[in-house]
Design a protein around this ligand. Structure first.
Ligand code: BEZ
Length: 211
């Protein structure tokens, strides 16, 4: 199945390291990140799952739940956890799906046959409180993900969900944002009382709004 931005993230029930989970129920009213790794007991994946665990508080602060996945059985995930602790200093503190029959992997298009028939590629799906897919990332097996980048795009998505703004190239928390072109200058003056600067009629920058 092909998933596109804006689609409802397919719901499923799956066995995980924290018991059986119904995906939408697990996400509740918040945001979610579903991510796949190619295989347990592999080097890059070991570093990634440890780092997701170490940074979990930063996701929780953003009202975002994590859930991992590979096609290895739950029993394998549970055995691998001690290696993750030993080498990365943290056990995964989020559920990891054991998708042995590839049900979820196929629902989310996580198997790319020209990369591997058997492994899931490294994917990241960010899902909004409306259960729609807001962002998708896909990496090859040889490249570990960047958790800072995942937090950065999550921040950008959450900001755009609250204010009529988007974020420019290399944007980071606290730097200027772009006012949506649909907002008139008069409305922009009201909504962004700190002012804004106009580089082009379609490119107006303002301080990052906050509550
Ligand atoms: C890794 O995590 O290092 C890895 C996983 C699957 C294939 C190759 C490398």
């Amino acid at each position: 199945m092909t998933i596109r931005l804006g689609d409802v993230a397919p719901d499923f029930t799956a066995d995980t390291t924290e018991g059986q989970i119904q995906f939408h129920e697990y996400l509740g009213d918040g945001w979610g990140i579903l991510f796949s790794h190619p295989a347990d007991f592999t080097p890059v994946c070991t570093t990634e799952l440890g780092e997701f665990a170490k940074r979990k508080d930063e996701f929780t602060k953003r009202n975002t739940k994590l859930i991992g996945l590979s096609v290895d059985p739950v029993e394998s995930h549970k055995r691998w956890v001690s290696d993750i602790f030993e080498t990365q200093g943290q056990v995964p503190n989020y559920p990891i799906i054991g998708d042995e029959d590839k049900t979820v992997a196929n629902l989310y298009g996580m198997i790319h046959p020209n990369a591997s028939d058997t492994f899931t590629v490294r994917t990241v799906f960010i899902i909004g409180p409306d259960k729609k897919v807001k962002l998708m990332l896909t990496y090859p097996a040889s490249v570990g993900r960047n958790i800072d980048e995942i937090l950065r795009v999550l921040d950008s998505l959450q900001l755009s969900s609250k204010y009529p703004v988007s974020t420019p190239v290399n944007w980071k928390q606290g730097s200027e944002v772009i006012i949506a072109p649909a907002i008139s200058d008069d409305e922009a003056k009201e909504r962004f009382p700190g002012g804004f600067r106009t580089l082009k009629p379609y490119l107006r920058l303002t301080q990052q709004p906050s509550e």
